[in-house]
Design a protein around this ligand. Structure first.
Ligand code: ADP
Ligand code: ZN
Ligand code: MG
Length: 354
């Protein structure tokens, strides 16, 4: 069967967790630069190296950018949110814990609605929370190398994690949603959309259930994909793999898998039994994040027109087809260029085609 086949007995259910780097000059809890490509370990200080006694101080701009994302995604921004420690050991995490939001995130209960070829689609947004990126491990020479190099320049780079409800139903729809979310984050100036440099990454969760069933099946999480194509291909592969399990009467095992693009398949990374117990607890070195109603209103008022609204306006005002409007509205520089050209030419249709 093909992954999008509606003739299958099973329906895919997909939810995404997307990490987006916030466009700040400095890191989330210290003054180190976030610039990409600097020589290893030259953008570090006692705070982002996790040295004993160093204390984090929250970057105000990080909160503002996260609010922009939350508001653009229709979320409620909470006046008070809490940082927590997510405890685990890894060489790229020198503190032994990642500072993240857990039980009380900055933003919750949003939704993104947009037109597709099959009509309007709404994907609910569970939450948008703040966290720091860990450093980067480089296993030079591949898996047989006996050496790992560590670069802490990324350590403490500000991220938002955007979590969706399991509202997507096909691999293609999941990749499409990811692309539209990227367009929104770019339009509001929160993320640079540079997926090759790792500033936008996606974990995809997928399960199958018999068509018509309402209960969710056992899910598999595919970690850390940095292209729309990988998301679609990994999910397609996973849908087929899970269906083969179910058809053979074997249960799907809840686990985390990794997409191997070269081999065109997912591989198990860890099972539910091996899942980390992060022992979250409130971060004692940071006070609650408090944002006033006035600040929220100010950020809301500063949001630009979003790609979906712009697309509908192009269809309405310039009599473009949805396909034309879609192509011209996604990226703000292109959209502005089109509008200027349309006005100067006095012929929007010709300008669009040109
Ligand atoms: P976990 O506790 O494993 O982190 P969550 O309930 O927090 O799981 O959900 C994480 C992501 O997985 C969300 O995007 C959510 O929509 C998605 N998800 C949860 N359950 C399922 C399921 N049964 N099938 C597909 N996706 C799911
Ligand atoms: Zn630092
Ligand atoms: Mg979770």
């Amino acid at each position: 069967m093909t992954p999008d086949s509606v003739t299958s007995r099973f329906e895919p259910v997909i939810g995404l967790e997307i990490h987006a780097q916030l466009l700040t000059d400095s890191k989330i809890f210290c003054g180190c630069a976030t610039s990409f490509g600097a020589a290893p370990n030259t953008r570090v200080c006692p705070v982002c190296l996790g040295l004993p006694g160093a204390l984090p101080v929250l970057n105000r701009r990080v909160v503002e950018l996260a609010m922009r994302a939350g508001l653009a995604l229709g979320c409620t921004i909470h006046g008070r949110s809490i940082f927590a420690r997510k405890n685990y050991f890894y060489p790229d995490l020198p503190k032994g814990y990642q500072i993240s939001q857990y039980e009380q995130p900055l933003a919750t209960d949003g939704a993104m609605t947009y037109d597709t070829d099959e009509g309007s689609r709404t994907v609910r947004i569970t939450r948008v929370h703040l966290e720091e990126d860990p450093g980067k491990s480089m296993h030079a020479g591949g898996s047989r190398s006996r050496h790992t190099s560590l670069d802490y320049n990324r350590s403490g780079v500000p991220l938002i994690e955007i979590v969706t409800e399991p509202d997507l139903r096909t691999p293609a729809a999941a990749a499409d949603f990811f692309a539209r979310l990227r367009a929104v984050l770019l339009a509001i100036g929160v993320n640079d959309g540079n997926m090759e440099e790792g500033s936008l990454r996606c974990d995809a969760n997928v399960s199958l259930r018999p068509r018509g069933a309402s209960a969710l099946g056992v899910k598999v999480e595919i970690k850390n994909m940095n292209s729309f194509r990988f998301v679609r291909r990994a999910l397609e592969h996973e849908v087929v793999r899970q269906e083969a399990c179910l058809e053979a009467g074997e249960p799907v095992v809840q686990e985390t898998r990794l997409w191997d693009e070269a081999r065109g398949r997912t591989e198990s990374m860890r099972s539910k039994e091996e899942a980390h117990d992060y022992r979250y607890f409130p971060e004692p070195d940071l006070p609650p994040v408090e944002v006033s109603e006035a600040w929220i209103a100010e950020v809301r008022a500063s949001l630009p027109e979003l790609p979906e609204a712009r697309k509908q306006r192009f269809v309405r005002d310039y009599e473009l087809t949805t396909a034309e409007a879609g192509q011209l509205s996604d990226e703000t520089p292109m959209a502005e260029f089109f509008e200027r050209t349309a006005k100067e030419a006095g012929n929007p249709k010709a300008a669009a085609h040109w």
